[in-house]
Ligand binder design. Structure first.
Ligand code: URA
Length: 214
C-alpha cells in the first residue's frame, strides 16, 4: 500500500484551511498499480470513514472496475481535492420541520490549487500503468480547461500533465515525464445523465483492452 507522508498530508490540511471544506481522505491503493483513478473530491460518506468512493458513486465505480476484472484493492484511488467541499442548504424533514444541512458541491479552482501538491506527490510516486480521470475536474486538473470529458472520453492520451510550479503560486506547468491517461465520466454523472451509461461502459472495456495490451 502506498500512503503519502504525513508532512504532505499536513501541507494539504494547512493549505485548505479557511475554505468551506471538511475532513481529509487519503488516497488509497498499491504502488505501481494497473490504474490510478482521479476523482473530484470526497463526499459526506467518505469523510466519515476516511475511505475514497464508498458512497453511491463508489458502488457504480466498483461495478465498472469489476467489468474488467479489477477490485478496489488493485487500483490507487485519489482525487483533485482530498477534503469534502460543502455548501449549506435546507432540508424538509418528514414531520415538516426545516433543518439546515451540508450538501456536497464541486471543488473550486482555489481548492484544487490548495491540494495540488498532494496530488502532485501521488502522481510522482504511485506510478500506475494508466491514469483514469473520472469527470472533468480530474481531467482538467491534469490537462487544463480545454480538455473536455465529452470529447475525450475513452481515448488514450499520452503526454505530460500539469503540476503546480511553486507552493506560493497558482501557476501550473507541464511535467517532463509522459503519462498515459484515459478520461471517462464521473460514476455519479450517470445518476443525472443515464444516457451516458453505454459510453461509460464502452470506456471501461477500452481501459481493460489497453491494460491487456500493455
Ligand atoms: N467523488 C470523488 O471524486 N471521490 C470520492 O471519494 C467520492 C465521490
Amino acid at each position: 500500500m502506498f500512503r503519502i507522508p504525513e508532512s504532505v498530508a499536513e501541507l494539504g490540511r494547512k493549505r485548505i484551511e479557511g475554505f468551506p471544506v471538511e475532513g481529509f481522505v487519503y488516497g488509497e491503493g498499491p504502488q505501481n498499480p494497473e490504474i490510478m483513478l482521479i476523482g473530484e473530491a470526497p463526499g459526506e460518506f467518505e469523510i466519515v470513514d476516511g475511505i475514497p468512493f464508498i458512497g453511491r458513486a463508489g458502488k457504480e465505480l466498483m461495478k465498472s472496475l469489476a467489468t474488467i476484472g479489477l477490485t478496489r484493492e488493485d487500483v490507487y484511488i485519489t482525487s483533485a481535492v482530498r477534503s469534502r467541499p460543502y455548501k449549506w442548504g435546507t432540508k424538509k424533514e418528514r414531520d415538516g420541520t426545516v433543518v439546515k444541512r451540508k450538501y456536497n458541491r464541486p471543488p473550486t479552482q482555489k481548492e484544487i490549487i490548495a491540494h495540488a501538491p498532494v496530488l502532485d506527490y501521488e502522481l510522482t510516486h504511485v506510478q500506475p500503468k494508466l491514469i483514469v480521470t473520472l469527470g472533468n475536474v480530474g481531467l482538467q486538473r491534469l490537462l487544463g480547461k480545454e480538455a473536455k470529458v465529452t470529447e475525450l472520453h475513452g481515448q488514450l492520451i499520452t503526454g505530460p500533465i500539469r503540476h503546480l510550479e511553486s507552493l506560493d503560486g497558482s501557476t501550473f506547468g507541464w511535467t517532463e515525464k509522459t503519462y498515459s491517461i484515459v478520461p471517462t465520466f464521473h460514476p455519479a454523472s450517470i445518476f443525472y445523465r443515464p444516457s451516458h451509461r453505454p459510453a461509460l461502459e464502452a470506456d471501461w472495456l477500452e481501459i481493460g483492452r489497453l491494460l491487456e495490451g500493455s
